[in-house]
Structure formats: C-alpha cells, structure tokens
Design a protein around this ligand. Sequence first.
Ligand code: AMP
Length: 210
Amino acid sequence: MKLVLLGAPGSGKGTQAEKLSALLGIPTISTGAIIREHINGKTELGLKAAGYIAEGQLVPDELIIDIVINRLNQDDCKDGYILDGFPRTIPQAEAAERLGLNIDKVLDIFVPDEAIVDRLSGRRECRICRTPFHTIYNAPSIPGVCDKCGGELIRRADDEPETIKKRLAVYHAETEPLEDFYRERGILTVVEGRKKIEDTTRDVREALGL
Ligand code: AMP
C-alpha cells in the first residue's frame, strides 16, 4: 500500500499515520519530521530549510523531492509507505508521478480552519521519538512526558498562532489544489477529522477498506 495523507496542518495526519503504520506494518515518511531532524543536526539542508519553516512557508520543491527520493530508496519502504506531508504542491505531485511512485490511495482528512488554531496550540511532540500528543485531545499519562519512551514533550516553533495562520493560508493556496488533482485520478477519499481520534481512525479504516 502506497498511501498519501492530505489535510491542513493539525488535521491529524501524523496521528492517523501512526495508527496506519502499526496496522499495515509499513513506515510513515514525514517530510516535516525529516526536515526538523536536519535543522536540529544543523546540516546543510537544515540550514537552507530553517528560514522557510520559521516563516510558515513551504521549503522549495527541489529540496523536498531529493529528501523523498533518498528516503524511499531505503529498504523498509519496499513493501509500501505512508506519505505524511508530501506532496504538498502540484509540481511535487507531478514529480511523484514522474518518479513512478504509483500512489494507491490519497486520504484527505478534513478539519475546518476554526478548529485548527485550537488544535495546534495544544499540540506537543516527543523530543526523542516524535510521537504526537495534545494537551487536551490526546493527553499523555504524565503531563510533559512521552508515554512511549519517557522523552520530554515539546511544542513545535511553527505552532505559534501567527505562524499557524500563515501555514493555513499556504495550505489553501498550494496544497488544497491536490484534492482535485487526485480526485481526477479517482484515488481521493475524504474523511471528516473533527471527531475523537479513535472515531476518526475507524472512519479512516472504513474509507481505506482496512
Ligand atoms: P509538517 O510537519 O508536515 O507540518 O511540516 C512542517 C514544515 O516543513 C512545513 O510547514 C514546511 O515548511 C516544511 N515541509 C514539510 N513537507 C514539505 C513539503 N512536501 N513541501 C514543502 N515544504 C514542506
């Protein structure tokens, strides 16, 4: 299964990707997470990308496409993968087709903008294993501590309210057109993402026939 997750920042892509990865035994490739690792490691790519992320802008397509090619060439991707955060522009989707990624399904998790700011301001992630949490909707057993590995939970720098608004504007302008792109190819499925996590997971499984 080669699956793409679409949806605004904070729609729950990362959370549902984690569930689907466990269910299907295939990895989730999150371009955002890979870039954040580069930024933390101060690599050349990280230094190039940092300014765009801090501004809530997209990282240039060439950089992203290289990241994806390198990651998908790794052995654990041979039986399939879940793409969380790629493609995010029409040129990226066209590049994916040229590269022969042969996406089976595209799952679009729909959450209206009003709900997004509330969601992202409570979002946290583990500094070590990157598991996503939310202070209210997906709270860890001990506040500030990862249930999985005991790591410290942190707030992403681009989850500040001003940056969130910019990211939403970029989403509508650059990424939303992908809905029609994939609808035309007959592989788009939309699910409502405002329910409780487990209810959305049930809808996602139903939509994907899993
Ligand atoms: P995410 O973790 O998916 O919300 O991504 C965080 C940030 O990384 C985004 O706001 C973009 O600046 C950058 N990014 C991640 N994936 C892509 C992509 N496919 N194309 C361009 N920029 C991306």
